[in-house]
Write a protein that binds this ligand. Structure first.
Ligand code: UGA
Length: 456
Protein backbone atom coordinates (compact mmCIF):
# COMPACT_ATOMS: atom_id res chain seq x y z
CA UNK A 1 0.00 0.00 0.00
CA UNK A 2 1.10 3.62 -0.32
CA UNK A 3 3.08 3.54 -3.59
CA UNK A 4 0.86 4.09 -6.63
CA UNK A 5 0.28 1.17 -8.94
CA UNK A 6 2.54 1.34 -11.99
CA UNK A 7 0.72 1.68 -15.30
CA UNK A 8 1.25 -1.30 -17.56
CA UNK A 9 1.35 -1.83 -21.29
CA UNK A 10 1.29 -5.15 -23.10
CA UNK A 11 3.06 -4.95 -26.44
CA UNK A 12 1.46 -7.36 -28.88
CA UNK A 13 -2.22 -8.25 -28.43
CA UNK A 14 -2.21 -11.82 -29.62
CA UNK A 15 -3.06 -14.71 -27.40
CA UNK A 16 -0.54 -13.80 -24.71
CA UNK A 17 -0.90 -10.01 -24.69
CA UNK A 18 -4.69 -9.84 -24.79
CA UNK A 19 -4.99 -12.37 -21.96
CA UNK A 20 -2.42 -10.56 -19.79
CA UNK A 21 -3.92 -7.14 -20.51
CA UNK A 22 -7.42 -8.24 -19.49
CA UNK A 23 -6.22 -10.12 -16.40
CA UNK A 24 -3.99 -7.32 -15.08
CA UNK A 25 -6.79 -4.79 -15.60
CA UNK A 26 -8.98 -7.16 -13.60
CA UNK A 27 -6.36 -7.07 -10.84
CA UNK A 28 -6.84 -3.30 -10.70
CA UNK A 29 -3.98 -1.94 -12.85
CA UNK A 30 -4.41 0.75 -15.49
CA UNK A 31 -3.58 -1.17 -18.65
CA UNK A 32 -2.92 -0.35 -22.30
CA UNK A 33 -2.82 -3.11 -24.91
CA UNK A 34 -0.71 -2.22 -27.95
CA UNK A 35 -0.67 -3.78 -31.39
CA UNK A 36 0.16 -2.57 -34.90
CA UNK A 37 -2.84 -4.46 -36.34
CA UNK A 38 -5.59 -1.82 -36.53
CA UNK A 39 -8.36 -4.31 -37.17
CA UNK A 40 -7.37 -6.31 -34.09
CA UNK A 41 -7.22 -3.19 -31.90
CA UNK A 42 -10.61 -2.02 -33.18
CA UNK A 43 -12.12 -5.39 -32.30
CA UNK A 44 -10.54 -5.59 -28.86
CA UNK A 45 -11.62 -2.01 -28.10
CA UNK A 46 -15.18 -3.05 -28.92
CA UNK A 47 -14.89 -6.00 -26.54
CA UNK A 48 -14.58 -8.54 -29.33
CA UNK A 49 -12.05 -11.15 -28.57
CA UNK A 50 -10.40 -12.88 -31.54
CA UNK A 51 -9.39 -15.98 -29.58
CA UNK A 52 -11.37 -18.70 -27.85
CA UNK A 53 -10.31 -18.73 -24.20
CA UNK A 54 -12.65 -19.53 -21.30
CA UNK A 55 -13.42 -16.46 -19.18
CA UNK A 56 -11.54 -13.97 -21.35
CA UNK A 57 -14.62 -12.41 -22.99
CA UNK A 58 -16.06 -11.46 -19.60
CA UNK A 59 -12.75 -10.04 -18.32
CA UNK A 60 -12.36 -7.94 -21.49
CA UNK A 61 -15.86 -6.52 -21.33
CA UNK A 62 -15.79 -5.88 -17.60
CA UNK A 63 -12.49 -3.97 -17.74
CA UNK A 64 -13.29 -2.00 -20.89
CA UNK A 65 -16.37 -0.83 -19.02
CA UNK A 66 -14.41 -0.05 -15.86
CA UNK A 67 -12.08 2.12 -17.98
CA UNK A 68 -8.96 0.38 -16.67
CA UNK A 69 -8.35 -1.37 -19.99
CA UNK A 70 -7.66 0.44 -23.25
CA UNK A 71 -6.13 -0.52 -26.57
CA UNK A 72 -4.08 1.46 -29.06
CA UNK A 73 -1.91 1.16 -32.15
CA UNK A 74 0.21 4.13 -31.06
CA UNK A 75 3.64 3.45 -29.60
CA UNK A 76 3.94 7.16 -28.71
CA UNK A 77 0.87 6.77 -26.54
CA UNK A 78 2.24 3.54 -25.06
CA UNK A 79 5.50 5.25 -24.07
CA UNK A 80 3.63 8.19 -22.55
CA UNK A 81 1.28 5.92 -20.61
CA UNK A 82 3.38 3.06 -19.33
CA UNK A 83 5.77 2.67 -16.41
CA UNK A 84 6.27 -1.01 -17.17
CA UNK A 85 6.03 -2.44 -20.70
CA UNK A 86 5.60 -6.17 -21.24
CA UNK A 87 6.81 -7.71 -24.51
CA UNK A 88 4.12 -10.24 -25.48
CA UNK A 89 4.81 -10.90 -29.16
CA UNK A 90 5.13 -14.25 -30.85
CA UNK A 91 8.51 -15.88 -31.50
CA UNK A 92 7.64 -18.40 -34.22
CA UNK A 93 9.95 -20.97 -35.73
CA UNK A 94 12.04 -19.36 -38.47
CA UNK A 95 11.14 -20.23 -42.03
CA UNK A 96 14.79 -21.12 -42.75
CA UNK A 97 15.39 -23.50 -39.86
CA UNK A 98 14.56 -24.52 -36.34
CA UNK A 99 15.62 -21.38 -34.47
CA UNK A 100 13.20 -18.81 -33.08
CA UNK A 101 12.36 -15.76 -35.15
CA UNK A 102 12.97 -12.66 -33.02
CA UNK A 103 11.94 -10.05 -35.55
CA UNK A 104 8.72 -9.13 -33.68
CA UNK A 105 10.64 -8.69 -30.43
CA UNK A 106 13.12 -6.48 -32.24
CA UNK A 107 10.48 -4.33 -33.87
CA UNK A 108 8.53 -3.84 -30.62
CA UNK A 109 11.64 -2.66 -28.76
CA UNK A 110 13.02 -0.43 -31.50
CA UNK A 111 9.59 1.14 -32.08
CA UNK A 112 8.93 1.85 -28.40
CA UNK A 113 12.36 3.02 -27.24
CA UNK A 114 12.64 6.31 -29.21
CA UNK A 115 9.36 7.52 -27.65
CA UNK A 116 10.46 7.01 -24.04
CA UNK A 117 10.87 10.14 -21.92
CA UNK A 118 11.34 8.82 -18.36
CA UNK A 119 12.80 5.91 -16.45
CA UNK A 120 11.06 2.80 -17.82
CA UNK A 121 11.10 -0.93 -17.36
CA UNK A 122 10.70 -3.26 -20.35
CA UNK A 123 9.86 -6.83 -19.37
CA UNK A 124 10.23 -9.76 -21.74
CA UNK A 125 7.50 -12.41 -21.55
CA UNK A 126 7.87 -14.07 -24.94
CA UNK A 127 9.62 -17.44 -25.14
CA UNK A 128 13.12 -16.71 -26.45
CA UNK A 129 16.56 -18.21 -26.91
CA UNK A 130 18.86 -17.68 -23.91
CA UNK A 131 20.83 -14.46 -24.43
CA UNK A 132 17.90 -12.48 -25.83
CA UNK A 133 17.46 -10.24 -22.76
CA UNK A 134 21.00 -8.90 -23.08
CA UNK A 135 20.39 -8.18 -26.75
CA UNK A 136 17.08 -6.46 -25.96
CA UNK A 137 18.89 -4.36 -23.35
CA UNK A 138 21.44 -3.18 -25.92
CA UNK A 139 18.73 -2.49 -28.49
CA UNK A 140 16.59 -0.52 -26.04
CA UNK A 141 19.53 1.58 -24.81
CA UNK A 142 20.66 2.26 -28.36
CA UNK A 143 17.21 3.42 -29.51
CA UNK A 144 16.13 5.34 -26.39
CA UNK A 145 16.79 9.11 -26.29
CA UNK A 146 20.01 10.11 -24.53
CA UNK A 147 19.63 10.43 -20.78
CA UNK A 148 16.54 8.22 -20.54
CA UNK A 149 17.15 5.28 -18.22
CA UNK A 150 15.57 2.22 -19.79
CA UNK A 151 15.94 -1.05 -17.93
CA UNK A 152 15.12 -4.65 -18.79
CA UNK A 153 13.78 -7.66 -16.96
CA UNK A 154 12.78 -11.13 -18.09
CA UNK A 155 9.69 -12.79 -16.63
CA UNK A 156 8.53 -15.80 -18.65
CA UNK A 157 4.91 -16.91 -18.77
CA UNK A 158 3.72 -20.47 -18.25
CA UNK A 159 0.10 -20.26 -19.28
CA UNK A 160 -1.76 -23.12 -20.85
CA UNK A 161 -4.30 -22.61 -23.58
CA UNK A 162 -7.77 -23.25 -22.26
CA UNK A 163 -6.67 -22.14 -18.76
CA UNK A 164 -4.89 -18.94 -19.75
CA UNK A 165 -6.81 -16.50 -17.50
CA UNK A 166 -6.60 -18.82 -14.54
CA UNK A 167 -2.85 -19.33 -15.09
CA UNK A 168 -2.23 -15.56 -15.31
CA UNK A 169 -4.31 -14.70 -12.23
CA UNK A 170 -3.21 -17.70 -10.17
CA UNK A 171 0.25 -18.71 -11.37
CA UNK A 172 2.07 -21.56 -9.60
CA UNK A 173 5.21 -19.39 -9.62
CA UNK A 174 6.64 -16.21 -11.10
CA UNK A 175 10.23 -15.75 -12.20
CA UNK A 176 11.92 -12.35 -12.24
CA UNK A 177 15.18 -12.17 -14.19
CA UNK A 178 16.73 -8.80 -13.24
CA UNK A 179 20.01 -6.92 -13.01
CA UNK A 180 19.08 -4.02 -10.73
CA UNK A 181 17.20 -3.39 -7.50
CA UNK A 182 15.00 -0.87 -9.24
CA UNK A 183 13.91 -3.42 -11.87
CA UNK A 184 13.15 -5.95 -9.14
CA UNK A 185 11.11 -3.42 -7.15
CA UNK A 186 9.16 -2.34 -10.24
CA UNK A 187 8.36 -5.97 -11.04
CA UNK A 188 7.11 -6.55 -7.52
CA UNK A 189 4.97 -3.41 -7.80
CA UNK A 190 3.61 -4.61 -11.14
CA UNK A 191 2.63 -7.94 -9.53
CA UNK A 192 1.57 -6.68 -6.10
CA UNK A 193 -2.14 -7.12 -6.79
CA UNK A 194 -1.45 -10.69 -7.92
CA UNK A 195 0.22 -11.48 -4.58
CA UNK A 196 -2.62 -9.77 -2.72
CA UNK A 197 -5.21 -11.85 -4.55
CA UNK A 198 -3.28 -14.97 -3.55
CA UNK A 199 -3.23 -13.87 0.09
CA UNK A 200 -7.00 -13.38 0.14
CA UNK A 201 -7.35 -16.95 -1.17
CA UNK A 202 -4.88 -18.36 1.34
CA UNK A 203 -2.34 -19.15 -1.32
CA UNK A 204 1.19 -18.00 -1.90
CA UNK A 205 2.80 -17.31 -5.24
CA UNK A 206 6.45 -18.36 -5.05
CA UNK A 207 8.81 -15.79 -6.59
CA UNK A 208 12.19 -16.77 -7.98
CA UNK A 209 14.48 -13.78 -8.46
CA UNK A 210 17.35 -14.56 -10.76
CA UNK A 211 19.54 -13.38 -13.63
CA UNK A 212 18.42 -12.94 -17.25
CA UNK A 213 19.85 -16.20 -18.58
CA UNK A 214 18.27 -18.38 -15.90
CA UNK A 215 14.89 -16.70 -16.35
CA UNK A 216 15.03 -17.26 -20.10
CA UNK A 217 16.04 -20.90 -19.65
CA UNK A 218 13.35 -21.67 -17.05
CA UNK A 219 10.68 -21.36 -19.71
CA UNK A 220 12.23 -23.60 -22.34
CA UNK A 221 13.44 -26.08 -19.72
CA UNK A 222 9.88 -26.40 -18.35
CA UNK A 223 8.44 -27.01 -21.82
CA UNK A 224 11.25 -29.43 -22.70
CA UNK A 225 10.50 -31.38 -19.53
CA UNK A 226 6.78 -31.55 -20.30
CA UNK A 227 7.47 -32.67 -23.88
CA UNK A 228 9.89 -35.31 -22.61
CA UNK A 229 7.34 -36.62 -20.14
CA UNK A 230 4.77 -37.07 -22.91
CA UNK A 231 7.25 -38.70 -25.26
CA UNK A 232 8.42 -40.95 -22.44
CA UNK A 233 4.92 -42.34 -21.94
CA UNK A 234 4.42 -42.58 -25.71
CA UNK A 235 7.67 -44.56 -25.96
CA UNK A 236 6.29 -46.83 -23.23
CA UNK A 237 3.14 -47.16 -25.36
CA UNK A 238 5.28 -48.50 -28.21
CA UNK A 239 6.87 -51.01 -25.86
CA UNK A 240 3.44 -51.96 -24.49
CA UNK A 241 2.17 -52.56 -28.01
CA UNK A 242 5.08 -54.90 -28.67
CA UNK A 243 4.66 -56.66 -25.32
CA UNK A 244 0.86 -56.85 -25.22
CA UNK A 245 0.76 -54.60 -22.13
CA UNK A 246 -1.47 -51.64 -21.24
CA UNK A 247 0.19 -48.23 -21.05
CA UNK A 248 -2.76 -46.60 -19.27
CA UNK A 249 -2.35 -48.92 -16.28
CA UNK A 250 1.41 -48.59 -16.49
CA UNK A 251 1.09 -44.78 -16.36
CA UNK A 252 -1.35 -44.99 -13.48
CA UNK A 253 0.98 -47.24 -11.54
CA UNK A 254 4.16 -45.21 -12.00
CA UNK A 255 2.23 -41.97 -11.41
CA UNK A 256 1.44 -42.93 -7.81
CA UNK A 257 5.10 -42.28 -7.04
CA UNK A 258 5.01 -38.57 -6.23
CA UNK A 259 8.53 -38.18 -7.61
CA UNK A 260 7.08 -39.12 -11.00
CA UNK A 261 3.58 -37.67 -10.59
CA UNK A 262 0.49 -38.61 -12.57
CA UNK A 263 0.20 -35.52 -14.79
CA UNK A 264 1.35 -35.39 -18.42
CA UNK A 265 1.48 -39.16 -18.62
CA UNK A 266 -1.35 -39.66 -21.06
CA UNK A 267 -0.20 -41.67 -24.05
CA UNK A 268 -1.87 -40.74 -27.31
CA UNK A 269 -1.05 -39.31 -30.71
CA UNK A 270 1.59 -36.98 -29.28
CA UNK A 271 1.91 -33.36 -28.23
CA UNK A 272 1.12 -30.42 -30.48
CA UNK A 273 0.21 -26.77 -30.21
CA UNK A 274 1.96 -23.47 -30.72
CA UNK A 275 4.59 -24.06 -28.02
CA UNK A 276 5.96 -27.49 -27.16
CA UNK A 277 6.95 -28.62 -30.70
CA UNK A 278 8.60 -25.35 -31.71
CA UNK A 279 10.18 -24.73 -28.31
CA UNK A 280 12.06 -28.03 -28.16
CA UNK A 281 13.46 -27.39 -31.64
CA UNK A 282 14.49 -23.80 -30.92
CA UNK A 283 16.05 -24.93 -27.63
CA UNK A 284 18.20 -27.51 -29.43
CA UNK A 285 19.23 -24.95 -32.05
CA UNK A 286 20.25 -22.45 -29.39
CA UNK A 287 22.10 -25.04 -27.30
CA UNK A 288 24.06 -25.99 -30.42
CA UNK A 289 25.04 -22.35 -30.94
CA UNK A 290 26.35 -21.93 -27.41
CA UNK A 291 28.28 -25.22 -27.45
CA UNK A 292 25.85 -27.31 -25.41
CA UNK A 293 24.24 -29.21 -28.29
CA UNK A 294 25.17 -32.60 -26.89
CA UNK A 295 23.21 -31.93 -23.70
CA UNK A 296 19.95 -31.69 -25.63
CA UNK A 297 20.46 -34.47 -28.15
CA UNK A 298 17.74 -36.48 -26.40
CA UNK A 299 15.19 -33.85 -27.43
CA UNK A 300 15.67 -35.01 -31.00
CA UNK A 301 14.44 -38.46 -29.89
CA UNK A 302 11.57 -36.79 -28.02
CA UNK A 303 10.53 -35.20 -31.31
CA UNK A 304 10.87 -38.48 -33.25
CA UNK A 305 8.75 -40.48 -30.79
CA UNK A 306 6.18 -37.71 -30.98
CA UNK A 307 5.97 -37.82 -34.79
CA UNK A 308 5.89 -41.63 -34.86
CA UNK A 309 2.72 -41.89 -32.79
CA UNK A 310 0.62 -40.42 -35.56
CA UNK A 311 1.47 -43.31 -37.88
CA UNK A 312 0.14 -45.72 -35.31
CA UNK A 313 -3.40 -44.52 -36.00
CA UNK A 314 -2.97 -45.37 -39.67
CA UNK A 315 -1.67 -48.82 -38.83
CA UNK A 316 -4.62 -49.41 -36.49
CA UNK A 317 -7.05 -48.19 -39.17
CA UNK A 318 -5.58 -50.56 -41.74
CA UNK A 319 -5.82 -53.41 -39.25
CA UNK A 320 -9.42 -52.69 -38.24
CA UNK A 321 -10.49 -52.32 -41.87
CA UNK A 322 -8.53 -55.30 -43.14
CA UNK A 323 -6.49 -53.26 -45.57
CA UNK A 324 -2.85 -54.12 -46.28
CA UNK A 325 -0.38 -51.63 -44.81
CA UNK A 326 2.09 -51.07 -47.65
CA UNK A 327 5.33 -49.11 -47.35
CA UNK A 328 3.47 -46.00 -48.54
CA UNK A 329 0.77 -46.54 -45.91
CA UNK A 330 -2.64 -48.15 -46.29
CA UNK A 331 -5.10 -47.55 -49.11
CA UNK A 332 -8.37 -46.65 -47.44
CA UNK A 333 -10.34 -45.86 -50.59
CA UNK A 334 -14.09 -46.30 -50.21
CA UNK A 335 -13.99 -46.13 -46.42
CA UNK A 336 -15.91 -43.48 -44.54
CA UNK A 337 -14.08 -42.29 -41.42
CA UNK A 338 -15.50 -39.99 -38.75
CA UNK A 339 -12.63 -37.93 -37.32
CA UNK A 340 -13.66 -36.56 -33.92
CA UNK A 341 -11.53 -33.54 -33.13
CA UNK A 342 -9.12 -31.20 -34.88
CA UNK A 343 -7.90 -28.83 -32.14
CA UNK A 344 -4.46 -29.71 -30.72
CA UNK A 345 -6.15 -30.29 -27.36
CA UNK A 346 -9.63 -29.76 -25.89
CA UNK A 347 -11.05 -26.37 -24.86
CA UNK A 348 -9.29 -24.45 -27.58
CA UNK A 349 -9.89 -23.67 -31.26
CA UNK A 350 -6.15 -23.76 -31.93
CA UNK A 351 -4.97 -26.20 -34.60
CA UNK A 352 -1.30 -25.17 -34.74
CA UNK A 353 0.76 -28.34 -34.96
CA UNK A 354 -2.31 -30.36 -34.12
CA UNK A 355 -1.53 -34.09 -34.07
CA UNK A 356 -5.23 -34.78 -34.62
CA UNK A 357 -5.35 -32.70 -37.75
CA UNK A 358 -2.15 -34.38 -38.96
CA UNK A 359 -3.89 -37.75 -38.52
CA UNK A 360 -6.91 -36.45 -40.44
CA UNK A 361 -4.62 -35.31 -43.26
CA UNK A 362 -2.87 -38.68 -43.36
CA UNK A 363 -6.22 -40.52 -43.50
CA UNK A 364 -7.37 -38.27 -46.33
CA UNK A 365 -4.09 -38.87 -48.13
CA UNK A 366 -4.70 -42.60 -47.77
CA UNK A 367 -7.86 -41.95 -49.85
CA UNK A 368 -10.31 -42.39 -47.01
CA UNK A 369 -13.52 -40.45 -47.23
CA UNK A 370 -13.23 -38.42 -44.03
CA UNK A 371 -15.68 -36.24 -42.19
CA UNK A 372 -14.44 -34.05 -39.34
CA UNK A 373 -16.33 -32.76 -36.33
CA UNK A 374 -14.73 -30.46 -33.75
CA UNK A 375 -16.85 -28.39 -31.33
CA UNK A 376 -14.68 -25.24 -31.73
CA UNK A 377 -11.88 -25.59 -34.26
CA UNK A 378 -13.68 -26.14 -37.56
CA UNK A 379 -12.96 -22.67 -38.91
CA UNK A 380 -9.23 -22.94 -38.23
CA UNK A 381 -9.06 -26.57 -39.35
CA UNK A 382 -10.69 -25.78 -42.68
CA UNK A 383 -7.88 -23.36 -43.45
CA UNK A 384 -5.27 -26.12 -42.94
CA UNK A 385 -7.22 -28.95 -44.52
CA UNK A 386 -9.77 -27.46 -46.91
CA UNK A 387 -10.85 -30.31 -49.15
CA UNK A 388 -12.63 -32.57 -46.71
CA UNK A 389 -16.10 -32.60 -45.23
CA UNK A 390 -16.79 -30.77 -41.95
CA UNK A 391 -20.00 -31.21 -39.98
CA UNK A 392 -21.48 -29.40 -37.01
CA UNK A 393 -22.42 -32.29 -34.75
CA UNK A 394 -21.08 -35.53 -33.42
CA UNK A 395 -24.14 -37.43 -34.64
CA UNK A 396 -23.73 -36.14 -38.21
CA UNK A 397 -20.09 -37.16 -38.18
CA UNK A 398 -20.63 -40.74 -37.08
CA UNK A 399 -23.67 -41.40 -39.24
CA UNK A 400 -22.68 -44.00 -41.82
CA UNK A 401 -19.05 -44.18 -40.62
CA UNK A 402 -17.11 -47.40 -41.17
CA UNK A 403 -14.57 -46.25 -38.60
CA UNK A 404 -14.57 -43.57 -35.91
CA UNK A 405 -11.31 -41.94 -34.74
CA UNK A 406 -11.10 -39.75 -31.65
CA UNK A 407 -8.13 -37.38 -32.08
CA UNK A 408 -8.92 -34.62 -29.52
CA UNK A 409 -10.03 -35.43 -25.98
CA UNK A 410 -13.09 -33.16 -25.88
CA UNK A 411 -15.51 -33.86 -23.01
CA UNK A 412 -18.31 -34.19 -25.54
CA UNK A 413 -16.59 -37.29 -26.98
CA UNK A 414 -15.77 -38.81 -23.60
CA UNK A 415 -19.41 -38.46 -22.57
CA UNK A 416 -20.84 -39.84 -25.83
CA UNK A 417 -23.10 -42.86 -25.49
CA UNK A 418 -21.54 -45.84 -27.30
CA UNK A 419 -24.97 -47.46 -27.82
CA UNK A 420 -26.55 -44.41 -29.43
CA UNK A 421 -23.52 -43.81 -31.63
CA UNK A 422 -23.43 -47.48 -32.56
CA UNK A 423 -26.97 -47.14 -33.94
CA UNK A 424 -25.81 -44.41 -36.33
CA UNK A 425 -22.46 -45.80 -37.49
CA UNK A 426 -22.32 -48.40 -40.26
CA UNK A 427 -19.74 -50.35 -38.29
CA UNK A 428 -18.72 -50.33 -34.64
CA UNK A 429 -15.02 -49.71 -35.04
CA UNK A 430 -13.27 -47.06 -32.99
CA UNK A 431 -9.73 -45.79 -32.54
CA UNK A 432 -9.24 -43.84 -29.33
CA UNK A 433 -6.21 -41.72 -30.27
CA UNK A 434 -6.13 -39.98 -26.89
CA UNK A 435 -7.06 -42.95 -24.66
CA UNK A 436 -9.83 -40.74 -23.36
CA UNK A 437 -12.86 -43.04 -23.66
CA UNK A 438 -14.16 -45.47 -21.06
CA UNK A 439 -13.10 -48.41 -23.21
CA UNK A 440 -14.99 -51.04 -21.19
CA UNK A 441 -18.32 -49.39 -21.99
CA UNK A 442 -17.48 -49.16 -25.71
CA UNK A 443 -16.43 -52.79 -25.84
CA UNK A 444 -19.58 -53.76 -23.93
CA UNK A 445 -21.63 -51.92 -26.56
CA UNK A 446 -20.11 -54.13 -29.23
CA UNK A 447 -17.40 -51.82 -30.53
CA UNK A 448 -14.12 -53.09 -31.89
CA UNK A 449 -11.98 -50.72 -29.80
CA UNK A 450 -8.32 -49.80 -30.33
CA UNK A 451 -6.46 -47.50 -27.96
CA UNK A 452 -2.87 -46.29 -27.99
CA UNK A 453 -0.45 -48.63 -26.25
CA UNK A 454 -3.20 -51.00 -25.16
CA UNK A 455 -3.62 -54.69 -25.83
CA UNK A 456 -5.91 -55.64 -28.70
C1 UGA B 1 2.25 -25.55 -22.93
C2 UGA B 1 2.69 -25.69 -21.47
O1 UGA B 1 1.94 -26.70 -20.81
C3 UGA B 1 2.51 -24.36 -20.73
O2 UGA B 1 2.97 -24.46 -19.39
C4 UGA B 1 3.31 -23.28 -21.48
O3 UGA B 1 3.20 -22.02 -20.87
C5 UGA B 1 2.79 -23.20 -22.90
O4 UGA B 1 2.96 -24.47 -23.55
C6 UGA B 1 3.58 -22.14 -23.62
O5 UGA B 1 4.77 -22.33 -23.85
O6 UGA B 1 3.04 -21.06 -23.88
P1 UGA B 1 -0.12 -25.63 -24.18
O7 UGA B 1 0.63 -25.51 -25.46
O8 UGA B 1 -1.33 -24.78 -23.97
O9 UGA B 1 0.85 -25.30 -22.93
O10 UGA B 1 -0.57 -27.13 -24.09
P2 UGA B 1 -0.43 -28.35 -23.05
O11 UGA B 1 -1.59 -28.39 -22.17
O12 UGA B 1 0.92 -28.35 -22.45
O13 UGA B 1 -0.55 -29.57 -24.07
C7 UGA B 1 0.42 -29.74 -25.11
C8 UGA B 1 0.16 -30.98 -25.90
O14 UGA B 1 0.50 -32.13 -25.15
C9 UGA B 1 -1.29 -31.18 -26.35
O15 UGA B 1 -1.27 -31.58 -27.71
C10 UGA B 1 -1.79 -32.30 -25.45
O16 UGA B 1 -2.81 -33.07 -26.03
C11 UGA B 1 -0.53 -33.09 -25.27
N1 UGA B 1 -0.51 -33.93 -24.06
C12 UGA B 1 -0.56 -33.35 -22.83
C13 UGA B 1 -0.44 -35.31 -24.17
O17 UGA B 1 -0.38 -35.86 -25.28
N2 UGA B 1 -0.40 -36.06 -23.04
C14 UGA B 1 -0.45 -35.53 -21.80
O18 UGA B 1 -0.39 -36.27 -20.82
C15 UGA B 1 -0.53 -34.13 -21.69
Amino acid sequence: SGAPKPRLTFLGCGYLGSTYAACFAELGYEVLGVDIDEAKIAKLSAGENPIHEPGLDELLKHNLESGRLKFTTSYAQAAEFGDVHFICVDTPQRADGEAADLSYVESVVTTLAPHLTRRTLIVGKSTVPVGTANWVEELACKHAPDGVDVQIAWSPEFLREGFACEDVLRPNRVVFGVKSDWARQMLYAAHKALFELAATEDREVPVVVTDYATAELVKVAANAFLATKISFINAMAEVCEAAGADVTLLAKSIGYDSRIGNKFLRAGIGFGGGCLPKDIRAFQARAQEIGAGEALRFLHEVDLVNQRRRNRVLALAADLLDRPLGPAGPDLAGVRIAVLGAAFKPNTDDVRNSPGLAVAKALAKANADIVIYDPEATKNARRELPDVEYVTSLTEAVTGADLTCVVTAWDEFRRADPHAIGELASARRIIDGMNCLDHASWIAAGWDYRGMGRPI
